[in-house]
Write a protein that binds this ligand. Sequence first.
Ligand SMILES: Cc1ncc(COP(=O)(O)O)c(C=O)c1O
Length: 347
Amino acid sequence: MLPPLRTPLRSVRVPAYQMDAPGLLPMHANTNLLGQNPVVAREARRAGTLEANQYPTENSEELCGALAEHHGLPRGWFLAGNGCDEVIDLLAKTFLDPGDAFAYPVPAFVMYRFYAGVNCGRAVEVPLVRDGASFRLDVEGLIATRARVIVVASPNNPTGGAFPVEDLMDLVRRAPGIVAIDEAYADFCGQNLVPETRRSPNLVVLRTFSKSYGLAGLRVGYAVAQQPVIDALRRAKPPFNVSTFSERCAARALRERGFWKKSVAALPRECRRVRAACATLGCEVFDSDANFFLMRTPRPVAAALAKRGILVRDVSAHHPSLAGCVRVTVGTPAINRRFLRALEAVL
Ligand SMILES: Cc1ncc(COP(=O)(O)O)c(C=O)c1O
């Protein structure tokens, strides 16, 4: 007999990621569509030196050292996770007692609700305010939640735009608890709140190797915060949470910046171009500072595009403000041309 599930698991669902779609062009997952970072092939050739019979270091020492050097902050201010996802999970595990508020603006990255829920927290959703082709953060509304943890993605997923640094820092200064700014896509617009951790004891900046570095499959993300916050997060972190191979590739990707530079130059440029083309096809296109964008199409397109071999994310059901919207990840000029041809045909 199966014992009863923990209470939160009766209502929380793992979001449907639709990742198992072999052969389709994956413009639905906000990954790096320039391809995988070439450090992976290089490190794979050196795999004989991995000593995979041994565990990795407990706290990803090599990677945290490389991150400390890269950002110019102490090594103890970094915590590496199995993707940025794991760091979000750790924030909830570390700071929430059952029923405590975990707040975030909506529409948001779907995993915030999931991690609040599975950790017995109370997800408190504060709507973004529509402002022309973009969305504004309701700073007062977020502060009023009195949440122990507030998470804001900037640029935001799925809306695409970054929030002004002044608003984010206003929130950090006035919130009563931890404020995590999820900068998963920040490299695409040059936003960087990492230096702000120096003067903000409650700020946690989340970063990932899944986007601009092209390593989503290796699952490496990290948190930057002052030492007491990192020490607190480590209390809930399993040892050896980042594999030796993933850690090695991430550290190498940080030092060899060629692919990263290409990504942060090409993808925002392509994003502007594709957005403009979609607008000429009659779509309502929202602002973007990332490698993806949101648009409302005159009629549903996701299923018809899938029939033509292209996956985009239908986000209509995610939030009332997204009715009729899809989220599209941009790629190489060839990928984007194929997408635009298909969209034109579908519309
Ligand atoms: C805003 C945001 N944060 C975090 C993540 C997860 O990143 P990772 O692949 O490092 O777990 C994503 C992935 O789509 C995201 O959109």
